[in-house]
Design a protein around this ligand. Structure first.
Ligand code: FAD
Ligand code: PYC
Length: 417
């Protein structure tokens, strides 16, 4: 990175933004790579980074049809937590959490990971039983968690309506202190820079239009800009477009692609210093370091590929937030957007070999994959490097939908699913 003295900084702040050093190269692709990653979101970039860093596989290309980190990675509300119920999911998300805890240092890039804690509210006796069960399971897996009553919740978030007058009074919550938020594009940029520095080619504005398959083995990809590019192994990490790509490879995935929306408010003074989620009232909120409230709820129920959503969902989301936080009733909303999330029937991802030899898929993260970004990239890289699934990834095989070994995380996936 270019270094400026105090005078240099002043000079450059007044000048036009010229002659800036690129943070990563803009290479023309080679004819052949050891590994091609399709999709330059956080997960694809993290995969490339760990392939280079941990497995010394640097003859790698990431091929992205738009710009790096411009898909769901750019559109998510950045909640990071690892409080999932079942061992398989808990191990995966906690593996990611541990990587988050050292990520800025590892990348030498500030991803602004802020462990401000996350409350998952309970409003019924059954909610509280589920919360107790999940927190107990978390603690058995070495994951931090506590069950709080309504008074304790109100001490953490005084602006939350914990009165008996609420439509669904807060009875308590699960509390994960190590949970929090991170800066989404810094995560993509940090992994991109780290991968590029180690020799990975990041190819943007290039769509993979098909896989080249010979005798049941993938040997490369077709692109709209550079024609055919060969590879020994291909990892497909395209989130909402995974079923489209699977169809090109000749198999089906049990995924539905839905819009998921989010909103941010005008910036206000610091007032909410943790993450609050309610499955029941159905909404969640945190406050960004810029001061805006970051708000969301569930998927739009129809399927589609438009990166936008419908008005009833926005209305419902804002209703839920105002119900939980009456103090926000006069805050104005600034922006709203949507992403396309690929939801699996058991609310767990697919990290898997496929019926095509040397073609691997990483998808199905639905509404909750940002939190897994470093962990997902880490175990996917190991799987691509060895040609065998990493032990943490193994239970997330696409073939679980044939053998019935589902991992139902609808409770922990919660609000957004
Ligand atoms: P993406 O970032 O979508 O990357 C996939 C990339 O593949 C895209 O850049 C796309 O352009 C590219 N691509 C697609 N097809 C092709 C092709 N044929 N050729 C080349 N490139 C292609 N998760 C959380 O954990 N916490 C949250 O708070 C949270 N909030 C969310 C809020 C919203 C509104 C949304 C939409 C999602 C949210 N998520 C959250 C989910 C999270 O954003 C995703 O699970 C995660 O970002 C997926 O990362 P990815 O790298 O797999 O996908
Ligand atoms: O997975 O925690 C989550 C989440 C919150 C909002 C969207 N996804």
């Amino acid at each position: 990175m270019q270094q400026y003295s105090g005078f240099g900084l002043l000079k450059h702040s007044l000048s036009h933004h010229e002659n800036w050093q690129r943070v990563w190269r803009n290479p023309t692709p080679k004819k052949k790579y050891d590994v091609i990653i399709v999709g330059g979101g956080g997960h694809g970039l993290a995969t490339a980074y760990y392939l280079a860093k941990e497995h010394n596989i640097t003859n790698v290309a990431v091929i992205e049809k738009g710009y790096l980190g411009g898909g769901n990675t750019a559109r998510n509300t950045t909640i990071v937590r690892s409080n999932y119920l079942w061992d398989e999911a808990a191990h995966l998300y906690e593996h990611a959490m541990k990587l988050w805890e050292g990520l800025s240092q590892d990348l030498n890039y500030n991803v602004m990971f802020s462990q401000r804690g996350c409350l998952n509210l309970g409003h019924t006796l059954q909610d509280m039983r589920d919360i107790e069960r999940r927190v107990n399971a978390n603690r058995l897996n070495g994951i931090d968690g506590e069950v709080l009553d309504a008074k304790q919740v109100n001490e953490i978030v005084p602006i939350l309506d914990c009165s008996d007058n609420a439509r669904y009074p807060v009875m308590g919550a699960s509390w994960q202190p190590r949970a929090g938020v991170a800066r989404h594009d810094a995560v993509a940029w940090g992994f991109a820079r780290g991968a590029d520095m180690r020799g990975v080619d990041l190819i943007q504005q290039t769509e993979v239009t098909d896989f080249i398959i010979e005798d049941g083995t993938v040997v490369g990809v077709k692109t709209d800009r550079y024609g055919d590019i060969k590879a020994d192994r291909v990892g497909c990490v395209v989130a909402g477009h995974s079923s489209v790509m699977a169809a090109k490879a000749g198999f089906e995935l049990p995924l539905e692609s839905h819009p998921l929306q989010a909103l941010v408010s005008e910036p206000i003074k610091p007032i909410l210093d943790t993450v609050v989620m309610s499955n029941h009232v159905h909404g969640y909120a945190s406050q960004s370091d810029k001061g805006d409230l970051v708000i969301g709820a569930g998927i739009d129920s129809y399927t589609g590929y438009g990166q936008r959503g419908s008005y009833p969902t926005i209305e419902h989301t804002v209703q839920a937030i105002v119900e939980m936080f009456p103090i926000f009733s006069r805050v104005r909303m600034n922006r709203q957007w949507g992403g396309i999330v690929d939801t699996c029937p058991d609310a767990c991802p697919i990290i898997s070999k496929t019926p095509v030899k040397n073609l691997f898929f990483n998808c199905g993260w639905g509404t909750g994959g940002f939190k897994a970004t470093p962990g997902s990239g880490n175990v996917f890289a190991a799987s691509l490097a060895k040609g065998e699934m990493h032990e943490i990834a193994e239970p997330f095989s696409m073939f679980r939908f044939h053998n019935g070994a589902l991992i139902d995380e609808h409770g922990a996936a919660g609000v957004a699913h």
